[in-house]
Design a protein around this ligand. Structure first.
Ligand code: GLU
Length: 508
C-alpha cells in the first residue's frame, strides 16, 4: 500500500478527487479518469471527492452538471464528498469558494511569491509572436511586471487598474517530482513561465483553484489526465510557495482513437461500416452498452490486472486495482473489444433483466412491445446481440400486424424457382395449420418430416417459411420465432408469402 503523505494537515485516509469542469457533456475519457480515482478510493477504503470546477464562466454549460452526475451514477460510482451529498470540506463548487482563492492569492503577493501583472492581452500576444518569429527556446510571458515595486503595484490595483496575479517561478535550477506511474520527472525552471493564478475578473485559474482545493479538501493522491503533466512542475512550486505538502501525483495514460494514431476525438466519428462511434458518455448509453460492461472495459483502458484477464466483476476490479499496474503508454479505445465484451455481459443476463433493458430501446424505436412478449423472445435474440440498440432491428417483426414490404424473390430458396417455393410453402402451411400445440417441439419435428417427405433439404424448406414470417433471410431461430408469433399471425404471413410467389410465378 502506498504510504500516506506525512503531514498533520492530511486526514487519516486516502482521499482522491474527480474535478470536472462543466464546460460540455461528459467524454468517455473523463469517465475513465473518474473510474480510476473511484477504484483507487474503493480499493483503499478511502474517499472519492466530486468537485465541480466551474470558474470558467465563458465556457460554462448549464446542462453539463446533470450529465456529469448521471454519467457517474450510470457506472455506479458514488461519491463521498460533493454535490448533493455534501461532506466536511465544502462547498464543492469552485464558484462558491472565490473568497478562498482571493485570500491565498493575496497571501502569495504578500510573501513576494506572486506579483501583479498589468500587461494587456495585446502586449502578451505581441511578445509571443516575436518569440516565435525569433524561434526563441522560451515561449511565454517575458516577466515584464515581475520586478515592479510591490507597493506601487498594489497602489495601481487599488486605483482600479486591471491586473492578473502571477506566480514567481524560480529562474534557475530544476523542479523535480515523482509521478506514481511515470517515475521521476525533472524540468529546468528556465523553461517554465510565471503561471497566472488569478485572472483580472477576480476568478482563479485552474491552477490556483485546483491546488487550493486539493489541499483544503485533504486530497492525498491526484490522478489526472496526462494533458496536465506540463503544469505539474509549476504546481509543485505553487505548493511550495504556499508552504503545503503536495499530494502524491499520477498522470493517467492518454486515450487514443481505435487506430491508436491520435488522441481520441472529441466528437463522434464514423467507424467501420459507416457506424457513428460514440465518444460522449450519453452516446454510449444510447447505443445500449451495459454499465457493467462499460465499467469492466474502461477499467482496462490503461490498467491491467495480470496482462491477460479481461472479464472481471466489479468487486474483483476493486479488489485488484492498483496504480502500479497502470501503464503510462497511451491506450487505444478498442470499440470491437467493447462490443465483444458487451455481448458477453448481455448473454450473462437473466431473461427478465435483459427484457427490462431492451424495453426503452424498443419504445424509442416506436415499437408497441409488451414486456411479456419481450421476455419470451429474449432466448431467441440474447446470443445475437452485442448492443441493446440492435434489439429493435432483431425483433421488430414481432410487434407489427403486417410485415413491411420485402422482396418476394427472397422467398425462393437456392436451386429452386417460384413454383417450387410455392409448393413448399403451401405444404408447410398445412403443417402449420395442423400442428398442436403451436410450440417449438411439435413444430420442429413436423417440419423436418415434411422436408424429408418432399425430398428437399431442411434449409430449402425453412428458408421460405422464415422469409414469409420475418420478412428477411437472417432472423432469430425459426421454431421459437413461430411459437412467439402464434399460429394466427404465422398463417396470415404465410398466406401473404404465397400470394407474392404466385405473382412472381406469373411474371417469370
Ligand atoms: N477541471 C479539470 C478538468 O476538467 C481538472 C483536471 C484535474 O486536475 O484532474 O480537466
Amino acid at each position: 500500500m502506498t504510504q500516506l503523505p506525512e503531514t498533520n494537515s492530511q486526514p487519516n485516509t486516502f482521499r482522491v478527487r474527480f474535478p470536472p469542469s462543466p464546460t460540455g457533456l461528459m467524454h468517455v475519457g473523463g469517465l475513465r479518469s473518474a473510474l480510476f480515482n473511484w477504484l483507487f478510493a474503493r480499493h483503499h477504503g478511502g474517499d472519492f471527492i466530486l468537485r465541480i470546477e466551474d470558474t470558467d464562466r465563458r465556457r460554462y454549460e448549464p446542462e453539463a452538471l446533470s450529465d456529469i452526475l448521471e454519467s457517474l451514477r450510470w457506472l455506479g460510482m458514488d461519491w463521498d464528498d460533493g454535490p448533493e451529498v455534501g461532506g466536511g470540506y465544502g462547498p464543492y463548487f469552485q464558484s462558491e469558494r472565490l473568497d478562498l482563492y482571493q485570500k491565498y492569492a493575496d497571501e502569495l503577493i504578500e510573501k513576494g511569491a506572486a506579483y501583479y501583472c498589468f500587461c494587456s492581452p495585446e502586449r502578451l500576444a505581441r511578445v509571443r509572436e516575436e518569440q516565435q518569429r525569433r524561434k526563441d527556446e522560451f515561449v511565454g510571458y517575458d516577466r515584464f511586471c515581475r520586478d515592479l515595486e510591490p507597493h506601487q503595484a498594489a497602489q495601481r490595483v487599488g486605483d482600479g487598474e486591471t491586473a492578473v496575479v502571477r506566480l514567481k517561478m524560480p529562474l534557475d535550477g530544476q523542479t523535480t517530482f515523482q509521478d506514481l506511474i511515470r517515475g521521476e520527472i525533472s524540468v529546468e525552471n528556465s523553461t517554465q513561465d510565471d503561471l497566472v493564478l488569478l485572472k483580472s475578473d477576480g476568478y482563479p485559474t485552474y491552477h490556483l483553484a485546483n491546488v487550493v482545493d486539493d489541499h483544503l479538501m485533504g486530497v492525498t493522491h491526484i490522478m489526472r489526465a496526462e494533458e496536465w503533466i506540463s503544469t505539474a512542475p509549476r504546481h509543485v512550486q505553487l505548493y511550495q510557495a504556499l508552504g503545503w505538502q503536495m499530494p502524491a501525483i499520477a498522470h493517467l495514460p492518454v486515450v487514443l482513437d481505435p487506430s491508436g494514431k491520435g488522441k481520441m476525438s472529441k466528437r463522434k466519428k464514423k467507424g467501420a461500416g459507416g457506424r457513428e462511434l460514440p465518444v460522449l458518455v450519453q452516446d454510449f448509453r444510447a447505443a445500449g452498452y451495459l454499465p457493467e460492461a462499460m465499467f469492466n472495459f474502461l477499467a482496462l483502458v490503461g490498467w491491467s490486472y495480470d496482462g491477460h484477464t479481461e472479464l472481471m466483476t466489479r468487486e474483483e476490479i476493486i479488489e485488484r486495482f492498483s496504480v502500479k499496474h497502470i501503464n503510462p503508454a497511451p491506450a487505444a479505445f478498442n470499440y470491437d473489444k467493447l462490443d465483444h465484451m458487451n455481448g458477453v455481459y448481455i448473454r450473462g443476463l437473466e431473461a427478465e433483466d435483459l427484457a427490462d433493458r431492451m424495453m426503452p430501446f424498443l419504445e424509442e424505436a416506436g415499437l408497441a412491445a409488451d414486456r411479456e412478449t419481450v421476455v419470451r423472445l429474449v432466448p431467441l435474440v440474447q446470443e445475437r446481440m452485442k448492443r441493446l440498440d440492435e434489439a429493435p432491428g432483431l425483433v421488430d417483426f414481432f410487434f407489427v400486424e403486417e410485415l413491411p414490404d420485402y422482396d418476394p424473390k427472397l422467398l425462393i430458396p437456392k436451386k429452386m424457382d417460384a413454383a417450387g417455393a410455392y409448393a413448399l410453402l403451401d405444404e408447410a402451411r398445412a403443417v402449420l395449420e395442423d400442428v398442436s400445440p403451436f410450440a417449438h417441439d411439435p413444430l420442429e419435428p413436423a417440419l423436418r418430416e415434411l422436408a424429408e417427405t418432399m425430398g428437399v433439404k431442411v434449409g430449402q424448406l425453412f428458408s421460405p417459411i422464415r422469409v414469409a414470417v420475418c420478412g428477411r433471410t437472417v432472423a432469430p431461430p425459426l421454431f421459437g420465432t413461430l411459437e412467439v408469433l402464434g399460429r394466427e399471425r404465422v398463417l396470415k404471413r404465410v398466406d401473404s408469402g404465397l400470394e407474392k410467389l404466385k405473382t412472381l410465378e406469373q411474371t417469370e
